[in-house]
Ligand binder design. Sequence first.
Ligand SMILES: Nc1nc2c(c(=O)[nH]1)N[C@H]1C(S)=C(S)[C@@H](COP(=O)(O)O)O[C@H]1N2
Ligand SMILES: [Mo]
Length: 248
Amino acid sequence: MEPRTPEEAEVVLADARDVPVGRRVVLGMFGLGVAGVVVGAKVSDGVSKALAPITAADRTGLTDLLPAGGGFRIYTVTGTLPAKSEAEYRLEVHGLVERPMTLTMADLRAMAATSLTKDFQCVTGWRVEDVKWVGVKLSDLLDRAGVRPEAKALRFTCFDGAYTESLTLEQARRPDVLVAYGMQGGGISRAHGGPVRLYVAPMYGYKSAKWLSGIELTDRVIEGYWERRGYDVDAWIGKSNGRDDEPV
Ligand SMILES: Nc1nc2c(c(=O)[nH]1)N[C@H]1C(S)=C(S)[C@@H](COP(=O)(O)O)O[C@H]1N2
Ligand SMILES: [Mo]
């Protein structure tokens, strides 16, 4: 069943070794057994608290899967958390560019790094304050690829095989838009869309595509996944989607 709102795309990690997760259903978390069975969307905070000691004690690579905690909810429209190691990760920059490129993690890390500490706000209402992001400015990537004069917009694709997003060229060139590979002092976990995701600070979270695999320069804005389902294409926090949140 396809989610109709981001809230319906919310998942809660069920088991670190058995990655498939149920939409809005938690089945026995990390040995919490029956006591850990929770159904519903409002469990995220409890879950991150319940997982905190387990995260700290982890020696199995489980932390790689876990959310950075602190109020984030995990969204995926496919019901899966796709996985790619840093070694196999590739980012394609193509379309209306002078120099199409396929970048590795090493290529991204060799570029100038930018750190930003800013809030993350979902259109459904939750907000995480002061998230530390690290990555490459999207504008630096655009300069490297060379934007052709006919290009007007960007289309983002994801290795979940389903999610897409868009920005105008002007939006994409803002200094607070990152192709991010770091979050809260570590890498970007699988659940949060690692190893590389977009972070569009001034817009609602749905612009910040996870599991980023492609950036295509296009001659017009092509609506993204949620935009085709009724959410605003220009997703300014506090000035779109009928909401009045404080801007980021
Ligand atoms: N590939 C992909 N990217 C996505 C989404 C998604 O379902 N799939 N959800 C979006 C929405 S609505 C939000 S609020 C954020 C959530 O990021 P998080 O799961 O790291 O909290 O990711 C955005 N990017
Ligand atoms: Mo969202």
